[in-house]
Every structure is written in C-alpha cells, then in structure tokens.
Design a binder for this molecule. Structure first.
Ligand code: HAM
Length: 417
C-alpha cells in the first residue's frame, strides 16, 4: 500500500515496477531476437516530430490526427507532436538519411513508445509501447507474408495463444476510385441515419465508414473494396493468400477490414485476440505503396505492421517473477567489509549480480535484507574468516553453508555448481 502524495502518474500512463519490468525485458529480448532472425535492423527515433509529418502521412482524416495527438508548441512557435505511431518517422528517417542508397530493400524494426489521447481503459493507454517492422522497397506479397509470420513467431515464442489473423485488400488508388463512387451512391440518402463520424468520413475518406463500430449493421450491404480490385491488386492478394497457405498460416478474409490509417494500399491485416475484450486488436499493418512518393521520395513500395506490447503483456502466460540477486554479502566489521567489497566487485565483473549493505547495519539486519532480496547465495565474512583467509558461502535455497578459500576462482566455481 503506497503513501498518499499530491502527485500521481497521469491518467493513461503506467508505472512498470521491478517485478513487471523483468517480464518486459524478457519480451523485448524475444522481439529483438526474432526480428533480427528475419534480418530486420533496429531503428530508434525521437519521441516528438513536426506535427505536419503525421498530418501528411498518418492522414488528416484519421481519428489519430483529428482527435488523439498530443500536440504542443515549442518556444520557437513550432508545432510538435508526440509520436502516435512509428511508420511516419521511419519513412522520414529513410528519406532524410538517404537510406535508399544502402540497397533496394530496407528492413527495419523498432520498439518504441507511442502517445495517443484516447479514453483510457484496459488495453488502451495514452502512452503505450509498440514493436513494429517496416520493409521499404519490396512490392512482393512474399514480404507481406513474411511480416505476418515474424509477428506470429513472436507470439509463438512467448506462448501467446488464441491469435486470429484477419486479412483484406483495399486496392490501389486506381481501383479504389470505382469503389468509392459505388460506396457513395450506396450511402446517399442513408447519411442522416449514420453517426457523426460516418458523416465526417463520408466527406473526407468514405472507405473508412466500413470501419464504423456503431453503424456496422446498417452498413452490412455496403459495397466492399475487394469487389472492385483491378487485376494487379487481385493477383497481389491471391499471391499473399498463397504465401500464407505455404507458410501454414491460418487466416480469415474480412472484406470490411480497412484499418484506421490513410496510407494503406492493397494488403491490410490485423491480429486479434477475443479475450482482450473491447480492445481486442493486438496488432495490425499493411502495404503503403504510395506513401514514400507522397512524402517526397521516389516511387517506392513498402509494407509493415505494429503490435501493441502492452496488450500483448495482458495475454502473456505466467506471473510476475520475484526480483532476486545472485550474491548478498554479510560482514561483521570494517576490515571484513572491505575484503568482501573487493570480492563483490570481482564477482560483478564476472557477470554475477551482487549487493551489500552500504550502511553497515547489524548482521541480523544484513541477513534480513539478503532474504528480502531473494539472494541465492550469501557470502559471510568476519574477523575469523579474514584471519584464516576463507569465506562462508551459504546456499539460501538449500540452507547449507560451506567454507571456501577467499579466492575468486574458487568462489566462482562454487557459485556455478
Ligand atoms: P495501429 O493499428 O494504429 O497501427 O496500432 C498498432 C497496434 O498498437 C494496435 O493494434 C494496438 O495493439 C496498439 N495500440 C494502438 N493504440 C493503442 C493504445 N491507445 N493503447 C495501447 N495499445 C495501442 C499503427 O500504428 C501502424 N503504424 C502500423 C503499421 C506499421 N502499418 C504499417 N506499418
């Protein structure tokens, strides 16, 4: 139970305490290992960017840009925004640093904090973490399937079960024209009965009406993008499905899946887990073949996804682990404390986690602390041990104590047993 203080963390943000941080570290290690096994290279980017970057790339008509960004002015009057998603920053980085000169294909991954001013609830936060992957330069559906597989590999390695993959193709700007025309004519006369968001989307990006959670049933007969795909988009989608089959990845085709960001073309996909409740989308992504050119680069295809790590943590089996230290030092006087300190530092250099009481409290207090820290071993040194050149090594799990020469190699050998 904490103390009452005038300060609390801000709604929608979370503190991660040591026991939970151990789990986070393990998860991040798995993500890094898996991503690197696919030859994705890690990138890290700033917490904030020019607001226009997101306006232009995430898209003016999206909920993110319309109502969820943390935007502020710096002292020079520039409008800045805490990054709500990673794709715009990766594209900016790619263009700004000329990364296209490094080869036709660039594969990136990131583990980053994102910020969105949404109504906080379980699985939805204002500051959250994503891992994401972006492949720039490949037009192939193989890339889309590989991206999907890399995320599924992470879930599998973490023993996260019950993930469903939904896929769709929303076509390219060419075939989307016909679809939007048809959708608009379907919606004509129905707009009064639809929600405010749908009415706004009708004017700005009608396709996103299909995404509406409120009016889903009223729109069940609406035309869907996959009915209007041009030959190239249809073949691409067929190829994507074949590649998933080849990889033995099960999927559902959701013809109403359009995703909430403006830059997508062709393939879109999402990972869902129904046990997460209303925030059941664990991750999502798709192809964004037009974005690089739109942002000032060459005509370059691209594809990617991001997974919400906070949501993933809710599905992670097992409990928080206890924090523990390998070795805790207990000493009786100044001289033994100094000798012990030397041993401790050598053990730290050899990779053991070690600690001691810096306040030189009573032996009883030091043992209490060793227990509290879940020490695996305690090294005990007193006047007698110094005289005889030995240490007492106590295995805290077995409760057994052994005398060993005060020599680092011999101590290490014993700790490794
Ligand atoms: P997104 O669908 O906006 O896509 O976000 C991806 C994932 O981030 C979601 O599926 C969800 O798990 C997590 N997420 C989103 N908002 C929150 C929140 N408020 N609290 C907790 N978790 C959240 C993107 O961000 C795209 N950049 C993905 C992408 C990469 N597309 C192509 N490349």
């Amino acid at each position: 139970m904490g103390l009452k203080s005038e300060f609390k963390n801000i709604k929608g943000t979370r503190d991660i305490l040591p026991e939970e941080a151990i789990r986070w570290k393990k998860v991040e290690d798995v993500i890094r290992k898996k991503m690197e096994s696919y030859n994705f290279q890690e990138v890290r980017f700033p917490a904030f960017e020019a607001t226009d970057l997101f306006r232009k790339s995430t898209g003016e008509s999206t909920d993110i840009v319309k109502k969820e960004m943390f935007t502020f002015e710096d002292m020079g009057g520039r409008s800045l925004t805490l990054k709500p998603e990673g794709t715009p920053s990766v594209v900016r980085m790619y263009l700004q640093h000329g990364l296209f000169n490094r080869g036709a294909l660039q594969k990136f991954y990131y583990i980053e904090r994102m910020f969105r001013q949404e109504r906080p609830q379980k699985g939805r936060y204002r500051e959250f973490r994503q891992f994401g992957a972006e492949v720039i330069g490949s037009v192939s559906a193989e890339t889309d399937a590989e991206l999907v597989k890399s995320a599924l590999d992470v879930f599998k390695e973490l023993n996260i079960k019950g993930i469903e993959l939904n896929i769709n193709s929303i076509g390219c700007p060419r075939c989307r024209k016909d679809f939007v025309k048809e959708l608009k004519s379907f919606l004509k006369g129905k707009l009064n009965g639809l929600c405010e968001d749908c009415n706004r989307r009708y004017a700005e990006n009608p396709m996103r009406i299909l995404d509406c959670k409120i009016d889903r049933t009223k729109l069940k007969d609406a035309p869907v993008p996959s009915d209007f795909l041009c030959d190239e988009c249809r073949e691409h989608f067929e190829d994507f499905k074949k590649r998933l089959d080849f990889l033995k990845i099960k999927f559902n085709i959701d013809s109403r899946l359009v995703r909430g960001l403006d830059y997508y073309t062709k393939t879109v996909f999402e990972f869902v887990n129904t046990s997460l409740g209303s925030q059941n989308e664990l991750g999502g992504g798709g192809r964004y073949d037009e974005l690089i050119k739109f942002m000032g680069g060459e005509d370059t295809p691209a594809s990617g996804y991001a997974v919400g790590i906070d949501r993933m943590m809710l599905l992670l089996p097992g409990k928080d682990e206890k924090i523990s230290v390998d070795v805790y030092l207990v000493t009786f006087d100044v001289e033994s404390d100094l000798a012990g300190f030397e041993i401790l530092n050598e053990l730290r250099e050899r990779g053991f986690s070690c600690d001691k009481d810096p306040m030189r409290r009573s032996v009883k207090a030091q043992f209490r602390e060793a227990d509290r820290q879940n020490a695996k071993w305690v090294i005990i040194i007193g006047e007698n041990e110094i005289k005889r050149g030995v240490v007492q090594l106590k295995n805290m799990n077995k409760g057994k104590q052994k005398e060993i020469p005060m020599e680092i190699d011999k101590i290490v050998k014993e700790l490794k047993c």
